[in-house]
Every structure is written in structure tokens, then in C-alpha cells.
Design a protein around this ligand. Structure first.
Ligand code: EPS
Length: 387
């Protein structure tokens, strides 16, 4: 069973992951992992940290000659910035009086974290809560993506809106897959508009978020289960997306729009398989049923139904504002402006990359729980045998 644990602080030595349960025999494209890491660092509106780091993965265990052994895979994404921070962050001894943060930032983990962990310095919270952690989730996610692609399952995503600039058009999977642009939007005119909005936010010391759309192609029906709420595929994937820093909303298929419509304008009617002579569900010559709509986003009753998965995630604007927000200095308990920690103005493209990684990681767990398998050959055979 695939399991992922990450560790590491934003200005510590590095970010680390242990990915267990990947079957033996998966040939890794390590260059593709580094390409994803670079994509996560890109995007208009990213902060100065991205000029310090040039993220690459180091694989420390579980792989030999680029092929997985079936043993735990340990990954490292080292922090170049640690050189500038070791006198503040070194585990073996440092000066914790430096770089204290007490003008806690609304929208961040600062205040709630200090109260929960009994800290008088929000640095001891933000170092872990920072979006820097997502670098190693992307590296582990790329391995999971490569695991799924061996089963004919792939994922893609794009940025649908940034602030008030929104693309309401629909796009095919093939149009989205592999699309690359400054902000990950599909429409260049809207992307230019969004770029201007980011400039406006930057000039005002403000920030922006947006909405991303994710698709999964090639997933057979029956993944996830209605039998217990914890196994429902939409619940698990929504949880995975919600676990990404700054995500405040998740939709499956039509999502909140479904709540505004009559049922007859929502549910995806079912048509018989195309070929004549199909004997129906119980028969080996079982063929895919036809749907002309996919408002369910590929999930019904907590199970994949063989249609494309469609999910959306809403990213809040980065909470660190250079213009500051009204807060309290926890040292003096006096009103103050929130701390202007280094930050991004907009990190929506990074969030899209991270959400894709979180999605394929959770999907890999779901697939491995259903299929088991110690070798890729076993897993591929078992997935192939499914209706
Ligand atoms: C980020 C790393 C962080 C931030 C940003 C994104 O690095 P630093 O704190 O050294 O600037 O730039 O994280 C946040 C804005 C946040 O609120 O967590 C990254 O690598 O994505």
C-alpha cells in the first residue's frame, strides 16, 4: 500500500519524503521529476525565494539504476537558502533570538500554531507551514504519476481563474495535457489580463489566488467505494486537494453549480454500449456505457464511473501582504501591522502543479489499496483484468 510522509522546514537543511509501497520494477524518469520541480518554481508573481533555489530531487533509497526496488523511496530537495539561515535554523545549535516573528499574519498558521504548540515565536510554526514543503510533495507526486501512467492513467490541470479574471470555457483533456504558459491559463488574452492584475496587486502590496481545474484520464470504474464514507473516492481526492497550502475550496464535477440546478439538468443520463449483442454488465464482452455529459466529474456513489475525473480547487490569496494587515504583536499585545515576510504575490501556477501532485499521490494510494501487487507487472495485469 502506497504511503507518503514528508518532513523539513522552509529554511532548514531541506525537504524530505519517504514514499512507501511503490511496487518493484517501476522505471523512473528522474528528469521528469526535476522538470516538475522547475515548473513548481515558475509562474508570474512568484517570490524572490525562487531565484535562490533551483530545485532538483536527490533519491536516497528505494531505487537502483533508476528502477524501484519495492523498498521505501527516500527523496530530498535541499534548501540552497539554508546557507543564509543556518545561524538561525541549525538543529545542532543556533541563535533563536534572530528572525523572530511576532506580528502574526492573518490567514497564515502563525497565531493558531503558536497557541497550539506553546511557541512565543511564529517562526517555529511558519517554517513547517510554509508552501516550501510542497517541493518534495511534487517530487513524490511525480513518482506516483509515473506509477499511474503504467496503468494508462494520466492527469492534467490548468488555471481557470486568477482573482476576477476567469475563463468560463471548457477544454478537452488533450488540449490541457502538456499545456504550458506563463500562468497556466488556456486563453492567452485572459492570461495577459491576469498578468496585469498581478502587477496591480504587487504595486499595492497585495496578493492574489485563483481557481485551478484538474482532470484524470484513463481511470477504470470501481475505484473508491460507497461501503464506508472513508473509502469514497470524491472524499479522498477532495481531502488530498484541501491538504495543499492555501486551498480553501474543492469541487467535483459541476460542484456548487449542481446545487443551483434541477436534477434533470445535472445527472448524466446513461445510454447503452455501442456494439450490438452486448449481454450487459455481467458479461465478459462488457463495454463502456455511453454518457453525453459528465456533470458528476467521473465519480458516482463514491466510485469512479469510467468517465474523466474533473475536480477544481480554489486557492486563497497568499496571506503575507507587503502592505500589511491589522494584527497584534504577541510580544507586546499591542496593535501592529502584520510582518512583511518574503513571499509571492501570486503562486497559482505552483498551486496547480502541487494539486496535481497531491491528486496523483492519493489516486496511487487508492489504486494500490485495491490492486495490491509487489511488482509493476502484477499491478498492470490486475488493473487490466478489471471491467
Ligand atoms: C515558497 C517558499 C517560501 C515563500 C513562499 C513560497 O520561501 P521563503 O519563505 O523563503 O520566501 O516564498 O511561501 C509562502 C508564500 C507561504 O506563505 O508559505 C515555495 O517554495 O513555494
Amino acid at each position: 500500500m502506497i504511503r507518503l510522509t514528508t518532513a523539513g522546514e522552509s529554511h532548514g537543511k531541506g525537504l524530505f519524503a519517504i514514499l512507501e509501497g511503490v511496487p518493484a520494477g517501476l522505471k523512473l524518469d528522474i528528469g521528469a521529476i526535476d522538470a516538475r520541480l522547475a515548473l513548481r518554481q515558475s509562474g508570474y508573481g512568484r517570490g524572490a525565494r525562487q531565484k535562490i533555489e533551483s530545485d532538483r530531487v536527490e533519491i536516497l533509497s528505494g531505487v537502483r539504476d533508476r528502477v524501484t526496488l519495492g523498498s521505501p523511496i527516500t527523496l530530498a530537495v535541499w534548501n540552497h537558502d539554508y546557507e543564509n539561515w543556518k545561524d538561525v535554523m541549525a538543529p545542532e545549535g543556533c541563535d533563536t533570538a534572530q528572525r523572530r516573528l511576532t506580528k502574526v499574519r492573518p490567514g497564515h498558521a502563525d497565531l493558531a500554531g503558536m497557541l497550539k504548540f506553546g511557541q512565543d515565536d511564529a517562526r517555529n510554526i511558519l517554517e513547517r507551514a510554509s508552501a516550501r514543503e510542497t517541493a518534495v510533495r511534487v517530487a513524490a507526486g511525480e513518482i506516483c504519476r509515473q506509477f499511474l501512467s503504467e496503468l494508462g492513467i494520466s492527469a492534467a490541470g490548468y488555471v481557470r481563474s486568477i482573482g476576477t479574471v476567469s475563463d468560463e470555457k471548457s477544454y478537452t483533456y488533450s488540449a490541457i495535457y502538456g499545456h504550458r504558459s506563463l500562468l497556466g491559463m488556456m486563453d492567452p488574452t485572459l492570461e495577459e489580463e491576469a498578468k496585469c492584475l498581478i502587477d496591480e496587486a504587487k504595486n499595492n502590496g497585495d496578493s492574489l489566488g485563483g481557481i485551478i481545474e484538474l482532470r484524470v484520464h484513463g481511470l477504470k470504474s470501481g475505484y473508491g467505494s460507497p461501503m464506508t464514507y472513508g473509502e469514497k473516492l470524491d472524499a479522498r481526492l477532495a481531502c488530498a486537494l484541501m491538504s495543499v497550502q492555501a486551498v480553501k475550496g474543492v469541487e467535483v464535477g459541476l460542484g456548487f453549480e449542481a446545487a443551483r440546478r434541477f436534477g434533470s439538468a445535472v445527472h448524466d443520463e446513461i445510454l447503452p454500449p455501442p456494439e450490438e449483442g452486448d449481454k450487459g454488465v455481467g458479461n465478459d464482452s462488457f463495454h463502456a456505457f455511453i454518457r453525453r455529459t459528465n456533470n458528476a466529474g467521473g465519480i458516482e456513489g463514491g466510485m469512479s464511473n469510467g468517465e474523466e475525473l474533473v475536480l477544481r480547487a480554489a486557492m486563497k490569496p497568499i496571506p503575507t501582504l507587503m502592505k500589511g494587515l491589522q494584527t497584534v504583536d504577541t510580544d507586546t499585545m499591542q496593535p501592529a501591522l502584520s510582518a512583511p515576510e518574503r513571499s509571492d504575490v501570486c503562486a497559482i501556477l505552483a498551486c496547480e502543479v502541487v494539486c496535481e501532485a497531491a491528486l496523483v499521490t492519493e489516486l496511487s494510494k487508492v489504486v494500490s489499496e485495491r490492486l495490491g501487487g509487489d511488482t509493476m507487472e502484477e499491478v498492470i495485469r490486475r488493473n487490466g483484468a478489471l471491467r
